[in-house]
Design a binder for this molecule. Structure first.
Ligand SMILES: [Zn+2]
Length: 137
């Protein structure tokens, strides 16, 4: 896999060839000119490949970051209270609304909505869980 350093080196090479072409003596033969152009095409093709590799590398890193973020989210501090998971405050005590236990199975933390103080409902899966305890914060 090409690195950014290699990509930059290839780009410098192309710039060098372009500069040469610009400074070229008009006495340059058709054959020499064609050879320089072939070099240029080849270098541009190298850059294109290197950029494609670098792009794939960046995407892989993005995927890895997203995975790590999701894992961090899953393992971020939760605390159980009467069978439901809540976010834990710095004191380790439950805060806010209970998380949907159904969506938690998919690794998502979805706080349940309090519907008119009658029940708690998941805004995502629409599950109803009766009226549950909420905590400040
Ligand atoms: Zn849910």
């Amino acid at each position: 896999m090409a690195t950014f350093v290699e990509t930059l080196a290839a780009a410098s090479q192309v710039l060098g060839v372009i500069k040469e072409l610009r400074d070229i003596d008009k006495g340059l033969s058709q054959g020499e000119l064609k050879a320089r152009m072939a070099d240029l095409y080849s270098s541009v093709a190298d850059i294109r490949m290197a950029l494609a590799d670098a792009n794939e590398e960046l995407r892989a890193k993005d995927r890895e970051i997203a995975e790590l973020k999701a894992r961090f989210e899953q393992t971020s501090q939760l605390v159980e209270f009467r069978g439901y998971q809540y976010k834990a405050g710095p004191d380790g005590k439950p805060r806010g609304k209970p998380m949907c236990p159904v969506c938690m199975g998919d690794g998502k933390h979805v706080p349940l909505s309090n519907i008119l103080d009658v029940m708690h409902q998941c805004p995502k899966c629409q599950g109803n869980f009766g009226l549950l305890q909420e905590f400040p914060g």
